[in-house]
Design a protein around this ligand. Structure first.
Ligand code: SF4
Length: 238
């Protein structure tokens, strides 16, 4: 990626950019404009994250910022199909994969907390295997991007395209905030974006294997995450 003198992230910078990009009506143009701005503003201090449900955000980010860092949380609990999708995306897109692993393996976590912590205390498990490792991985960046969309859940309805992540003291961009499922499907088909094969068998939202089940047609796409455990978010986007 081109060397760019980094600019310090501030809430004002985020608010100005959000006001500038919110009015772009075309979802693809809006996403590319936001990503280009982040790359031009923060250079190598900008990264996007991906759950490897598909390569949509990585595809857009690599168009706007060739060589962009794509952070994947390799929790140790992923489906083989998700790891395969990660490797597929890395092999066909001009990205730099940043594979983040928790400090403890699953076996080490089981030894310390007992087996299947995800069933007994999913908040602690997510904290140990997702939230804390992402915080450590993002500590070296000034801005990060996620694939969060407003239409995914009521908790995400207020998502800004450019926001201030007060918890981490970073700019957070959400280039897909205004996208609908139809926008996603159209872009993936047009650009032949890699998609996790689990989507074909009903996994509308894909996380760790013990905490993800397929959903029925018409069911809330996130209903398959932590089903029956009173939890809908891992905490990364709160
Ligand atoms: Fe643990 Fe489940 Fe969270 Fe993955 S999604 S970190 S297995 S609780």
């Amino acid at each position: 990626m081109e060397e760019i003198r980094p600019i310090a992230p501030t809430p004002e910078l985020a608010a100005d950019a959000d006001a500038r990009f919110e009015g772009i009506a075309d979802p693809v143009e809006q996403a590319l404009a936001v990503l280009r701005w982040a790359g031009e503003t923060f250079g190598d201090d900008f990264a996007v994250t991906s759950s490897m449900a598909d390569g949509l955000l990585a595809h857009l980010a690599s168009r706007a910022v060739p060589g962009v860092h794509v952070v994947f949380l390799d929790t140790g609990y992923h489906f083989a199909e998700t790891i395969g999708t990660r490797d597929w995306i890395t092999s066909v897109l001009p990205i730099t994969l940043v594979n983040v692993t928790p400090p403890r393996t699953v076996a080490e976590q089981d030894a310390e907390h007992g087996p299947a912590l995800h069933d007994r205390d999913p908040d602690l498990c997510c904290s140990l295997r997702k939230v804390q490792p992402l915080a450590a991985a993002l500590a070296g960046y000034a801005a990060w991007g996620s694939g969060v969309r407003r239409d995914e859940a009521a908790t995400r309805a207020g998502t800004r395209v450019v926001d201030w992540d007060a918890k981490r003291g970073m700019v957070k961009v959400n280039p897909l905030a205004a996208w609908t499922q139809d926008d996603v499907d159209a872009y993936i088909a047009e650009h032949q974006v890699p998609v996790n094969p689990l989507q074909e068998i009903g996994y509308a939202s894909i996380g760790c294997a013990p905490c993800t089940r397929p959903v029925a047609p018409g069911e809330d796409p996130r209903a398959g995450r932590w089903a029956g455990r009173g939890k809908t978010e891992c905490g990364l986007h709160l």
